[in-house]
Design a protein around this ligand. Structure first.
Ligand SMILES: Cc1cc2nc3c(=O)[nH]c(=O)nc-3n(C[C@H](O)[C@H](O)[C@H](O)COP(=O)(O)OP(=O)(O)OC[C@H]3O[C@@H](n4cnc5c(N)ncnc54)[C@H](O)[C@@H]3O)c2cc1C
Length: 308
């Protein structure tokens, strides 16, 4: 992993740095580039804007690594309110939700996480939309896939996320590339040891292409989450080779990252889904985006410096 990325991810776990960044007034402005806002109303307003420009959306209520049941309950309530609002605003055919199981109890009680995820899936079904389970660090992969299996026995449309940096992922992709399944393929955002994950970015990309091919060859609905222009081009070529038409797979990108490319792909007739995070707990998310791209960090530091 590149040293800057390791440094930023380490800073993300440092309590003092966290307090400094999270309370700096300028952080709020910078955060707006990557985060829709703190409230449900702000998230729905951004969703409306994106949908009106021809894009689809998946919304993430920010928060992870929840260590008690009361906080997990607050996350569930936030999703229930959001789903209700998406339905009320007539957006639920274009906007779904992404859920991190660690935000609903997975770290301390897998059964509670499953029960909470079931409540969110039931509300999504009532609202006429779907849920995708985000994937977190490798220590949670088995638990997340177990919970996914349980949920899919009632709601076969629940989506999974697989990360091409993990050695195991081609096997997981093959198991999930079946009829009715929805799989988001990403590179992976966490700092992982070499025992479980490719460290060389070229190996991560090669693994991404192998996994993308397996998804395109299968009967499921692949969701290719990457901003990487080379991978976006290869996905297009491989989709053609597999006889996949636009609409039988989708591109996904993060809110605020390559917005012109999102629109360009949509104008070509592709389904493009923008991952829209919102909520008060934006710190961990922001730091992962900083770690991915030095230019993002430079943007943040420039903004901080210009206010001091
Ligand atoms: C919709 C979505 C959902 C995700 N869900 C998960 C998840 O559940 N679990 C998880 O671990 N990770 C998730 N991720 C994050 C993912 O794993 C990567 O960390 C992140 O997407 C960066 O990887 P990349 O494929 O864009 O390529 P990178 O290797 O980061 O970037 C490749 C190239 O993309 C271009 N690029 C990247 N960022 C920018 C930018 N800001 N502006 C212009 N060009 C840029 C540049 O050309 C860059 O060289 C998700 C990502 C997306 C898009």
């Amino acid at each position: 992993m590149n040293p800057l990325r390791s440094l930023i991810l380490a800073a993300a776990r440092n309590g003092t740095i966290r307090r400094l960044v999270a309370t700096a007034p300028v952080s709020r402005d910078v955060v707006r580039r990557f985060v829709a806002g703190e409230t449900t109303a702000e998230a729905v307003a951004v969703t409306r804007r994106l949908v009106d420009s021809g894009l689809t959306v998946t919304l993430d209520h920010l928060g992870e690594d929840t260590t008690d049941a009361a906080l997990a309950e607050q996350t569930v309530q936030a999703y229930l309110e959001l789903l209700d609002q998406l339905h009320a605003e007539g957006l639920s055919d274009r906007a779904e939700v992404s859920v991190k199981l660690s935000a609903v109890g997975q770290m301390f009680d897998e059964d509670l996480a499953l029960a909470n995820a079931k409540r969110i899936c039931a509300a999504a079904e009532a609202a006429g939309t779907t849920v995708t389970l985000d994937m977190e660090d490798h220590t949670t992969t088995d638990s997340t896939l177990r919970i996914l299996g349980e949920l899919r026995s009632t709601w076969p449309w629940v989506g999974a996320v697989l990360q091409s940096y993990l050695h195991r992922t081609l096997d997981d992709v093959t198991a999930l590339a079946t009829s009715g399944s929805r799989v988001r393929l990403c590179k992976g955002a966490y700092k992982e040891p070499e025992t479980v994950a490719f460290q060389d970015p070229i190996e991560v990309d090669k693994s991404y292409v192998r996994c993308a091919n397996a998804l395109l060859a299968g009967d499921g609905y692949p969701k290719f989450a990457t901003h990487d222009p080379r991978l976006v081009r290869i996905i297009g070529e491989r989709a053609d080779a597999h006889g996949r038409k636009p609409g039988s797979f989708e591109h996904q990108m993060l809110f605020g990252i390559r917005p012109d490319e999102q629109l360009r792909l949509a104008q070509l007739g592709h389904t493009v889904r923008v991952y829209v995070p919102y909520g008060g707990e934006w710190y961990g998310y922001l730091m992962r985006r900083m770690a991915e791209r030095p230019a993002n960090t430079a943007f943040f530091l420039r903004a901080l410096a210009s206010r001091s």
